[in-house]
Ligand binder design. Structure first.
Ligand SMILES: NC(=O)c1ccc[n+]([C@@H]2O[C@H](COP(=O)([O-])OP(=O)(O)OC[C@H]3O[C@@H](n4cnc5c(N)ncnc54)[C@H](O)[C@@H]3O)[C@@H](O)[C@H]2O)c1
Length: 316
């Protein structure tokens, strides 16, 4: 019998995850408590899929089958009752996620996995009220989930070995690059690395060393250019660990280690400049949520698709 997955929450992340499963021939049942979000989900997914087809990442012949694999339902119980793998992608509020898990436990079949897409909540907190905590783990996808290869997997002490190994194999089958955290840590790994870099970047802006565009040029043309092929640890090996020992000795005392939110981001928030969705963040955008944001996101996805194709050609 064909494997069935379900996705609870059809926002930014849930839609990408649903598309990923659908492209890999799963039946995917999607549910959202907001009829508006649920009703527009399939159209938005179809648009993302069309871009993948236009760029020949996915053969055109797979389009209809992939869309047919996605089934929309208006009750959570209908979404999970036959599901083998249930992805929870609702907003980052612990009580809300607990409520979803209680509803899932009340109607799921005997053998199932709940995978939370939380980006920050500890697995031990998520699992606190579960009757069967061994069935819950975290699969942390990255936006857009149908394109970014990485998935962080966070397991709990209560997980059965079978749930963890089956999830790992499933992520590989979906074409992802899964990394299992060896132990629980706040922010997992990717967001800790990202936040460490952003803290230093914002410190440099606050100190007048660079502006936002300088920082972004340095990352996209220098660091990020290399990181798409070599990670920072391998780069240290290539550069020489004697050199890197000196770099760390000279720079560690100089790096920002403040425990508070950097001033520049607090100020922008106070002024209501929240980024592309309000038309202004560190940069000025001509419009807010309308076509410009959609166009920018489309351009981003196009670049990601081309990068993904390069990785596929290289066999990585
Ligand atoms: N946005 C990102 O870049 C990103 C990246 C990685 C992980 N995450 C995590 O993924 C999760 C979802 O984030 P998102 O960005 O997709 O959020 P989102 O706000 O875009 O989507 C959440 C969806 O959940 C729905 N929802 C709310 N309450 C619900 C309920 N009781 N039952 C069913 N659906 C409900 C909302 O209507 C909405 O459509 C969060 O835990 C977030 O931290 C987000």
């Amino acid at each position: 019998m064909r494997a069935e997955a379900s996705v609870i929450g059809t926002g930014i992340m849930g839609r990408g995850i649903a598309l990923l499963f659908a492209l890999n021939n799963f039946k995917v049942v999607i549910y959202d408590s907001s009829p508006e979000s649920l009703n527009k989900a399939k159209d938005l997914i179809a648009k993302d899929l069309s871009l993948m087809i236009d760029e020949q990442l996915v053969p055109a012949g797979k389009k209809q089958a992939a869309l047919d694999n996605i089934v929309t339902v208006d009750k959570l119980s209908s979404a999970v009752v036959n599901s083998d793998f249930i992805v929870e992608a609702v907003p980052e509020r612990l009580e809300l996620k607990w409520d979803i898990y209680a509803q899932i436990e009340a109607c799921a079949k005997d053998e199932y996995t709940i995978a939370s897409n939380t980006s920050t909540l500890p697995i031990s907190d998520l699992a606190k009220h579960l009757v069967r905590p061994e069935r819950l783990l975290i699969t942390h996808f990255f936006n857009p989930a149908h394109l970014v290869p990485l998935v962080e997997i966070v397991k709990s002490e209560k997980n059965s070995a079978e749930v963890v190994s089956a999830t790992l194999s499933l992520m590989e089958k979906l074409g992802k690059v899964p990394v299992i955290l060896k132990k629980e840590v706040p922010g997992f790994i990717a967001n800790r690395l990202q936040a460490a870099l952003l803290r230093e970047a914002l410190y440099l802006i606050d100190s007048g060393v660079a502006d936002a565009q300088d920082i972004d040029n340095i990352v996209t043309s220098g660091l990020g250019f290399r990181w798409s092929t070599l990670g920072p640890i391998e780069i240290a090996d290539y550069g020489g660990l004697d050199t890197w020992q000196s770099v760390m000795a000279n720079l560690s005392p100089e790096l920002d280690c403040s425990k508070s939110v950097p001033t520049v981001i607090k100020q922008l928030n106070q002024q209501g400049h929240l980024g592309i969705k309000t038309g202004r963040g560190f940069y000025q955008y001509e419009e807010g949520q309308g076509t410009l944001a959609a166009g920018k996101i489309g351009a981003r996805d196009l670049a990601f698709i081309r990068l993904l194709k390069l990785r596929q050609q290289r066999g990585t």
